[in-house]
Design a protein around this ligand. Sequence first.
Ligand code: BGC
Length: 441
Amino acid sequence: MADLSRVLAGVEEQLAVSANLLQDIAIRFKVAMTAGLLGKPSSLKMLPAFVNAPTGQEQGTVVAVDFGGTNVRVVLIELTGQGQAQIISRRSFPLKDKQANYDFTTASACGVQLFDFIAGKIAEIVPTADKTYPLGHTFSFPCRQYAVNEAELISWTKEIKTAGVEGENVGQLLQAALERNGIGHVQSLAIINDTTGTLLTAAYKDNTTDIGTICGTGHNSCYLEPDHPLTKQPMIVNMESGNFDQIVQTKYDIYLDQNSEKPGGQRLEKMASGHYLGELVRIIVSSLVANGYMNGEAAESLNIPYFLTTEDLSTMLADHTSGLNAVARVAANRLGMIELRTSELVALQTIARFVTIRSARLVAATWAGTLFKIDPEFKRRHTIAVDGSLYEKMPGYAEYLAQAMKEVLGIGNNNQVAIRLSKDGSGIGAAIAAAMVYSPH
Ligand code: BGC
């Protein structure tokens, strides 16, 4: 078998994001932000959210819907002001369930079915028609907004294909479904991106928050633009940074992209988000096997796209046993690779780590670019609110991010920046956005 450690060093080099590269990406990101904001060609859509930061005093009982791709969550929330929120009830449902025999994410399902499903779930938690309940809707896909409650889906991401939603006004689709399902007393008032929800939830408690990011199944960031060209007022802007395209792709990224639902789109997301990291590792490993660097030729599941998941990478990275028992289990169960030598197990874990570190460093570079844009001299404090399974659960991810931020900003500027988990921010943020615009009569 050819030299595995030599080839691993080559993989590391391809996936490395050096300190210089961090700077370079940050500057390119800032340039793309400026262009996108002015409506010039840019891979950053820079979508206005028509929401400013909250005051922290917003109050009321609000329904929140959090629709992000894998699950839909419906939540009844009591906002009590002073940055406090209490969850009254919360349910979560998968959008596809083989056993229950439904899948609302394929092209054979349509928007009406999808929103009827969601409305049915809202009906289970909302009290009867005693009064009007404002509803905030987190819809975690790129939308062109015309007002806080008017959002048109530009295109699906995260491999979702439901028919009859692209190009449609998502707020109207949900409101029509609420009415069809006998809960017209629930009023859809705000549609926000999950990054916006994450920012709003953190800013409800801490007014230094000005960036919101999701590092989960998908990846994206928003920020509070101090002087939006449309309104000359502060406004949150959904950058759709997962579509940023100024990063050189490796041959593995190109392969993944070409075999994805939308080749060419969401290039950063395909390098950085949870939906894709497992697949990237699988592609790298299968290329090493095909070239005779690892033993696994007869392994069938090694050739099944997306069979290796980001949770599997988490399991591998958390394995500190001397025999790498968990890595061996993942290799056998998810890649069909059995009887691997220790050096091969180490290689699997190392590849998972390289891919994870690259993801964190790319995200950090985009944060640095955003900070360079909004406060070039780092005159004030900034808080970056983050949510998502990668940030929360992937071993080492938060540390890799923090380390890269230090490198790209320098210690002095980095002291002005805090990174905070904003757990379940996307749902609570929808409630805050709805409360910001609701005026009961
Ligand atoms: C979507 C974004 C979203 C992100 C995180 C991306 O695929 O385009 O709108 O914020 O995923 O959920």
